[in-house]
Design a protein around this ligand. Sequence first.
Ligand code: ADP
Ligand code: MG
Ligand code: MG
Length: 525
Amino acid sequence: MANNTLIKAREGRGSRGSRGRSCKWKDMLRFSHISQCMDLDIERDYLSLCVNQPIGKKLFHLFCRSRPDLQNNISLLDALVCSDEERRDFGISIIQRFLQTQSNQLVSVVQQHEQSCMQSLELNPCIDVFHDCRESMHEYLCGEPFVQYQDSLFFDRFLQWKMLERQPITKQAFRQYRLLGKGGFGEVWACQVRATGMMYACKKLQKTHVKMRKGETMALNEKQILEGLNSRFVVNLAYAYETKHALCMVLTMMSGGDLKFHIHNVGVPGLDKDRVRFYAAEVCCGLIHLHRNSILYRRLFLFSLVPEGHIRISDLGLAVRLSEGSVVRGMVGTLGYMAPEVIGHKHYGTSVDWWGLGCLVYEMTAGQPPLRLKGEHPKPSEMERRIQKEELEYGDKFSKEVKDLCSSLLTKNPRERLGCRGSGGREVQSHLFFQSINFRMLEAGLVEPPFKPDPRLVYCTDVHDIEEFSSVKGVSLDQRDHDFYCKFHSGSIPITWQNEMIETRCFSELNIFGPDGSRSPDLDW
Ligand code: ADP
Ligand code: MG
Ligand code: MG
């Protein structure tokens, strides 16, 4: 019953409005008059406004397309997004279209790169041939064009979207479906945004539980880390709000099941080579993103699939932020996947996550975790000994490439480990095992997953088998607690919220301008 309602909601058949939206969705997403948006506090930063924020980027591109002198710049930027680095011909066609003097689509600010792009293409079409072009382009666009954009009606519209984005969020914004799981501080429920029909998972932290177990720092840590990240390979935070009894984090819905389940509970344990390669490649991109943002994950083995079959790193409760090149200490994580330097109480850095990736690839391939037999639960001291001393065994499920990848990642000395030899995650991506993966396409979301979870299944424990979350008595909440809640409930998280508007097509349906690009009088601007 609970599952059927959830499946219907996921397919957009749950409510009376279309695609899961409430029939009042347009009222919920009504623009304020532009005069009310003028005082919004917005940092006038090109990178944030025109590149990183998805709606900002769309409106900036619409502005450029409305200007004859900027149209080709945007066509070139768009063409570069889908450029498949392995196709030399594609690169050449871009050069001919935009970089050569005789072309009628010439973009003069990047013309200087024609020779060097051509040379790199001939030499090695697999590198980011157009890197310098992109840089020059942004350098140009962030000058005069950016100033003019801020005087245009496209920017006015951006402010109207920002106003909507900053509406306060309460539980009334969501419909709630079935219970998905139980965590340390509360329950996780499937939910749907009434205005857009988007499905999410809502992780509720019971205020009394958080207080009783002094979990404030941990909860805030997870929230703040998630809100600073934006990767298709890491679970995204979309909203943070509070109710009378709980702090809520609304997260990407990982309804395709967790990876452990797919490895161990479907057919013969283990996954086929293509899936191992695909998941390992996506997790690798996720780790690179975390490390670039100075975040250590520290806890490999929490990955789940989204409905389309992509994988994301989830549960960042134990992740930490590294300050300026620092290293941390502390034994955290699941013992079986801890790196030798964590067990040895040494200082450590990103090396622990590459060890974790090795464990993941090993378990996906072998169908059992490294250094212990299936169902075996060695004593912690024995497990520690094996991690520090024992060499791994690779059965006949391991091809030469995958065995080499595992043994390079599971190198006991962190200084010699793959991923730690100087160029970070890039050296993992260049391993022979990933030769057939085009990482730029993967990062642009343009690679089809090799396996699609069954949309008619709910990959999660039966509702009745999830233990009820106990309530605590005798904990009272005071002013200090409220100060902490204020740091927590920041509402919509800009990039995720804007992606939601675009993905659910609310953006394209609402972002209408007058027929000739003028302000249309009947649109209530
Ligand atoms: P905690 O950090 O307190 O352990 P988790 O983040 O692990 O909480 O969440 C508890 C459980 O809820 C998970 O084991 C999983 O079953 C479910 N869950 C958590 N996040 C999601 C999500 N984004 N999508 C689907 N289910 C989720
Ligand atoms: Mg958990
Ligand atoms: Mg957690």
